[in-house]
Write a protein that binds this ligand. Sequence first.
Ligand SMILES: O=C(O)CCC(=O)C(=O)O
Ligand SMILES: [Fe+2]
Length: 241
Amino acid sequence: MAPTTTDHPALPALDRLDADAIGEALDRDGIAMPGRLLDPEQCAEVVDLFDRDEVFRSTVDMARLSFGAGRYRYFADPLPPLVQELRTRLYPGLAAVANRWAEALGEDGFPTEHDELLARCAAVGQHRPTPLVLRYGPGDHNRLHQDVYGDLTFPLQVLIMLSTPDVDFTGGESVFVEQRPRQQSRPVVARPGLGEAVVFPVRYRPHRGARGVHRVQMRHGVSAVHTGRRHVLGIIFHDAR
Ligand SMILES: O=C(O)CCC(=O)C(=O)O
Ligand SMILES: [Fe+2]
C-alpha cells in the first residue's frame, strides 16, 4: 500500500489544500489553481520517468489518433509512489466537491476514499490506471477533449505543470472551454508555473441559473508549444476500461 498519511514530508502542500476554496473557485471560474504541489526536484523526477518504458502501460502518439501532436504515456500499476500519493491524497477533498455537485444535479455520489472509488471502477470493468505524463515539443498541442474512460467518471481531475513556462518552453497554454445551454462558448486560459496544479471538471459542473441548476459542459486542451519542451502530469481519479 502507498502511504496515505497526512504528514508525509514529500508532499507538505497537500496538507494545506483547502477543498472549500477549490470548490468556490471551480463554481466561480470553472477551474481552480490551488498553487504549487510539487517542488522542482519532484517535477524533474517525474519528467525523468518519461523515458523509462517499464513504468508505463501504454503510450499514445497524439498525431496518429488526431488528438493533436505530442506524446503521452499512462503509468502502469503500481504507480510511482509520488503519483500514487498525489492521487490518493488529492481525492478526499475533491470528493467533497464532487458530492456537492452530484447532489445539486440529482446524481449518484462518490465514496470518501480513493481506494473505494477504484473498487467501484473495478466492479464495472475499469481496471487500468489513468494517471499520465504528457510531453510536447515545438508545434505540439492537445485538441479539446474530455477524459472519460468508461461508465464511471469521477467529475474532477488535476494537472500539474512539470516544466517552467517561458524558460523550458513558450506557448503551450492550458485551455478550457465552457459551454452553457444556449450560450456561446467561454474560453478560460491557465498558465500554471512549475509544480503548480490546475483542478478542472472532466465533463461538466453544475451551475445555478434563472431556470434552476444545469450542467456547464467543459473540454480542455493545450495551445501549440512554440519553443522548447513542456511536460505535464495528469491525475485522473477513475480507472479505465
Ligand atoms: O497538457 C495539459 O496541460 C493538459 C493535459 C491533459 O489533457 C490532461 O491532463 O488531461
Ligand atoms: Fe486531458
